[in-house]
Design a protein around this ligand. Sequence first.
Ligand code: TNX
Length: 520
Amino acid sequence: MKSKRVRAALTALVIAGSGVLVTGTAEAATTLQELVPQPVQIQARPDITFTLTAAAKIQLGPDTARKPAELLAGILRPSTGFALPIADGVTGEGIVLLNGADPKTGPEGYQLDVTPKQVVIRANTAAGHFNGVSTLRQLLPAKIEAKTKQAGPWTVPGASILDHPRYQHRGAMLDVSRHFFTPDQVKRYIDQIAAFKINYFHLHLSDDQGWRLEIKSWPELTKIGGSTEVGGRKGQLFYTQDQYKDLVAYAANRGITVIPEFDMPGHTNAAQASYAELNCDGKKRPLYTGTDVGFSSLCISKEITYKFIEDVVREVSAITPGPYFHIGGDEALSTPDADYVKFMNRVLPIVKKYGKTTTGWHEFIKTTKDTALVPQFWGTTRSEPNVAAAAQRGNKILMSPANRIYLDMKYNKNTKLGLDWAGLVEVKDAYSWNPGAYLSGVTETSIRGVEAPLWTETIRTSADIEYMAFPRLPVAAELGWSTAATHNWDRFAPRLGAQGPRWKIQGINFYASTQVPWKK
Ligand code: TNX
């Protein structure tokens, strides 16, 4: 009879690069087969199990970032009931975060090694540790997600994982303009996206229906422009700068960079309702609570327009540590083409002046040859010449094709929430495309990443957000993180389905698509 160790060596197979775990024997299924997104390389060690106990500490190696350890402790303490102190130095049993990972892991990857007494997560950056923490969370039993104390055991299957993302940008967007969401509702969504290694959170902070961030030099923007939303609810429907800073910090503590968007030169009715001087005719517009798009435009010929934009960019940049400022630029249907170009030629240098890099909906990229700027493709076609030309010049493209990854599209014709202008997007539709080979003339090396936007014309509550985002947001996370070689619906669907029990415990109101084999 073979020793346990020899049998383990025989059964622990790695398929490097493909990210596919093969056990080859009748080993019991473990959480190793349930990870979303799929890691690059998993080596199962069926002879080993780690069990988290009350004696465990979360241990930090020299100069290792503390925030990922704090995030991990915040996840593990409520459900285990363990103290799980964070300790400097490697002191024994528990979870160990160390610097100095294999260079293959890059700036965001990690190695995770399960031994009988420790789970060791190595990374070269805090981002890598955040990502390793997300993996460890999914390796623990689903009840780890509970907010109240549960019975153990808290086992982690033996494994060595080496992982890093396909793309540097995995994003989620929330439109807080069409309907406003409180800071607590936004934090709830940030928590949910962080669990899937999303590293950018794009906040759509202004639109026709609402201006949602306090601008101290233009106070009427929120006083008037932030007083209502789609459907006509009234209130103080905006964030103070302090609340915004708190959201930015909350995201950063989960490894997420906030990208603020102020949409212009269209989608600006809320600003035009707040200040008469932003209109060419000098007259304030009425507040708008409908859902049409394309009727508004800032006044391109007035100098005050650029003073206004500079004030907004200056104030927002000062409280936004991330490098990107999103200028919108979409659907400027009431701005003549020549004016649109004139406008962008004024605005892009303003963003640069305040130390930020412009990102925007892909329309804006036709106005500039600056290859550092980031166009976000949101079309429904497989060809977009201006985006392809930018890619050929060297721009990196963020992919959000509306008929694939717009989280506000209905799943099917019976879906009560959402829109259908880009089509119906079932879970398999959201998965079945390759960001690196989707747009003609835009190949793998020109892709910056994938963002899943959630527009909120029909979305009012956290339950609504969750219904549209789950499970499609994790689908977007998988497309943005996992190597192209792992792309396979039949293998992905069960991994996605394995998240169901975790989401139930977290109270996430997900759409239980019949396309997915949900784990009971
Ligand atoms: C298009 S996509 C828009 C938004 C709408 C969305 C609804 C884009 C850049 N603009 O203004 O909210 O469709 O799906």
